[in-house]
Design a protein around this ligand. Structure first.
Ligand code: COA
Length: 164
C-alpha cells in the first residue's frame, strides 16, 4: 500500500508555493493527497466547488498528486483515508505559532497522526493566497506565483465581481 500523507488547507486558491510543498512531500511519501477543507474558518473567495475544480485541473498537469476534500476534523479524515502523516509548509517565523497550535491540537485529538513541516522554497517565502488575491483584485499580474489555471480563474473571478 505504501506510505500516505495528507496535505490539508483552504487553498483559496492553491499557489505555486503550496504545489512545491506537495511535490516535495512526494519525495518522502509514496502518496500525497492535497486535501481541501471545505468548511474552513476563513470566508473564501472561491466556493468549495470552485476550489475543488481548481485542484482537479491542477491534478491533470500533476498526475502524481492526489486531490480530495474533507469536512469536519482533519484527524478523522486522516483515519478515513489511512494516512498517518499531515504535511504543512512553513514560511516565516510568523507561521510557527499557528502551526504549533494546530499540530498540538491534532495530536491531542489523535496521537496516531504526526504533523511534519517542510520549509517553503526561498522564492515563495513572501507569498500567500491572501496577498495574491489582493494584488490580482487590484489588477496586478500574479502570473508565475500561481498555476496558470489559477491565474485564469482569478482574472475571471475579479472581472465578474467588478461588473457587479
Ligand atoms: N507557499 C505559499 N503560501 C503558503 C504556503 C506556501 N508554502 N504555506 C502556507 N501558505 C499560506 C496560504 O497561502 C494561506 O495564506 P492566507 O492565510 O493568506 O490565505 C496560509 O498560508 C495558510 O493557508 P492554507 O495553507 O490553505 O492552510 P490553512 O491554514 O487555511 O488550513 C486547515 C487550515 C484547513 C488545515 C485547518 O483549519 C484544519 O485542519 N481544519 C479542519 C478542522 C480541524 O480539524 N480543526 C482542528 C485542528 S486545528
Amino acid at each position: 500500500m505504501g506510505s500516505l500523507a495528507i496535505y490539508p488547507g483552504t487553498f483559496d486558491p492553491i499557489t505555486n508555493g503550496h504545489l512545491d510543498i506537495a511535490k516535495r512531500a512526494l519525495k518522502i511519501f509514496d502518496r500525497v493527497i492535497i486535501a481541501l477543507a471545505v468548511n474552513p474558518k476563513k470566508t473564501p473567495l472561491f466556493s468549495s466547488e470552485e476550489r475543488l475544480d481548481i485542484l482537479n485541473a491542477i491534478k491533470k498537469d500533476n498526475p502524481e498528486l492526489e486531490v480530495d476534500s474533507f469536512d469536519g476534523l482533519l484527524v478523522n479524515y486522516a483515519q478515513k483515508v489511512g494516512a498517518n502523516a499531515i504535511i504543512r509548509g512553513l514560511r516565516a517565523v510568523s507561521d510557527f505559532e499557528y502551526e504549533f497550535q494546530m499540530a498540538l491540537m491534532n495530536r491531542w485529538l489523535d496521537n496516531r497522526v504526526e504533523t511534519l513541516y517542510i520549509m517553503t522554497a526561498y522564492r515563495w517565502i513572501y507569498t500567500s493566497s491572501s496577498i495574491i488575491k489582493e494584488a490580482s483584485m487590484a489588477g496586478g499580474n500574479v502570473k508565475g506565483l500561481v498555476p496558470d489555471y489559477v491565474h485564469a480563474k482569478l482574472n475571471e473571478k475579479f472581472a465578474v465581481l467588478q461588473k457587479k
